[in-house]
Design a protein around this ligand. Sequence first.
Ligand code: NAI
Length: 694
Amino acid sequence: MSDFVQHATHGDVHVLRLNNPPVNTLRTEIRAGLLAGMNAAKAGGAKAVVLIGSGRMFCAGAEMTEFGKPRVPPSLPEVFDAIEGFPGIVVAAIHGSALGGGLELALACHARVAVADAQVGLPEVKRGFVPGAGGTQRLPRMIGPEAAAKIIVSGDPIKASEAHRLGFVDAIIEGDLEAGAVAWARANIGRSFTLARDRTDRIAGQDAAAYDAVVAGLLKRTRGQESPKGCAEAVRASFTVPFEDGLKKERELFSTLVAGEQSKALRHIFFGEREVLRIPGMPADAKSLPVERLVVIGGGTMGGGIAMSAANFGVPVTIVEMSEEALAKGLARCHANWERTVASGRLSQAEYEKRKALLTGSTDFEGTVAKADLVIEAVFENMEVKKQVFARLDKAARPGVVLASNTSTLSIDEIASATSRPELVVGMHFFSPANVMRLLENVRGAKSSWPAIATATEFGKRIGKLPVLVGNCDGFVGNRMTGKRTPQVEKLLLEGCLPPDIDKVMEAYGMAMGPLATGDLAGLDIGAAVRKARGTVAPVADAIVAQGRFGQKTGKGWYMYDESRRRLVDPEVERIILDVAEKMQVRRRKISDEEILERLLLPMVNEGARILEEGVAYRPIDIDVIFINGFGWPAFRGGPMFWADTQGLKNVRDKLARYAEATGDANLKPAALIEKLAAEGGTFASMGAAAKAA
Ligand code: NAI
């Protein structure tokens, strides 16, 4: 037998151990090993078989790299047939996680036992398809279709203790899992278990209308995404057609969805989020410096959020502010934020107390910084202020301590020049709200050393962020690209659109919020101040701001807002826009949704290409991951560079050239990289693959 499944015997209880650590995906060798193991156990007269995983978990599910390739037998259903046809009992023993195909394997067993804090779930929906090995048919038979739909449509895992309560984990094992599972199996030999496939008690009499109502609620938040609908449809089959037909339905949905663009996009991001952590050129021995205590300079919007992130992950953190008053305000904001989470039931009082104790504050700059292992600066966005702060930090911090800036636009090199340790200065650009957003753009200065970069990367991961390393330039990657969209928003408003026309198109595409609603949330005065500083104008946006319409904070911006902050169309905005258009003698016309979408996405793609040419982003996937995790871009669209590939780069090039001419926006002139790839028939993906091979 292969090493992929190890077979041990304990009298008449046999143990089959999935041995492809750390996550034991169900690759061909594992499936074959399980089938052979079941046959050998049967031939050996076993009365019970325990399936268990080695390494971190029971099993993370299917091997996604095998998708799209010719299928090699045995299939999972063949393995399940051997389990379900076994003359004794088969017990899955779960630790770590049982996810996707891993949970489906467990569901095909006669019984399941688990460690209390193990996680079980069917996350297939998040990869754009439905569980493909009976999960949508077996789970409803065990816990009822509505409870199953909640798990399968959301894709979120639950604790084994919760699964035990729901009824699909038979026992929680304390102490050593293997010994406990073997003892449990031995004690249950001879007991008659009804296989999930044969159960009818939880699906009989299911009210279809009640099911549809529950599902409609679940699907509200998944606008535009196909796989949640597919999951709901598959689970519905569990109580409307016999088991075998339900499996067939599930298989059809799986095959259609897995071949679709959305699933490709979601898998692109799934692998991409792992890929971005592999930093090209980083020496294997580049060690992160140990961080016991974080010091954050500035307790405003960002400083507070950064400090909360650290405390949320158990890191002691001190905020340094300029005055007692500002400090008290900053700390109070953090506390209030946590208190809201406690009130909503998502945070226990005990955990809140723990976090609160980890977060301290001080106005003693030098004294506090002297104790820091890492400093993250989040003071006002002003170069002179930042340089003063860094000069002070350099003197106060111990030698060897990394000094990071959360600047969103300023040059890390210039900030570093204020210190005697530019090699230890990096950018750590968090996104607002910093305690929520997962993206962290770490910025590499010209002199940043590998240990400094490794420290920013490791620390980011430790506090729950997804760090993506980028180069130093104005706006870095994300803000630089969205900045190129803004002039087109302005032009679209002048030429014929109203704010809802634009936001509607972007929200239908799947964005959490359209660009104008986002502007209202962030504050329109910020953009106006940037334009003023740069000496640029945006006639429509300037006219809106001139009316004191700064967005949600003033109750009015591109929209007007009621007390519950509901977004409402304001006829006044239309009047302002028409006024400006008339003054500028622009003939307004009806603009199609397709044109709106292209004029907003193409400038970003074009700038993304320039960012790649300059090496500011290492790979197209880095850009896509940034947009999914920091800019409300829907993961099922795969990000801007993935989108460009789906359009065909030749097409992208031609459209850019056309829009550049029609709108006079020089930014839309196709980037050299797009010209090159379009001419070669290449894609951004092929470019990424070539970089990986190099
Ligand atoms: P903020 O105005 O809310 O907070 C800045 C805080 O720093 C204030 O509380 C101020 O009292 C304090 N401060 C100023 N000088 C100080 C000093 N010498 N010592 C100690 N404390 C000092 O500003 P916000 O929005 O938090 O921005 C901070 C930085 O984060 C800026 O560089 C900004 O560009 C960047 N950023 C902001 C984002 C946002 O959405 N607001 C997103 C990403 C980065």
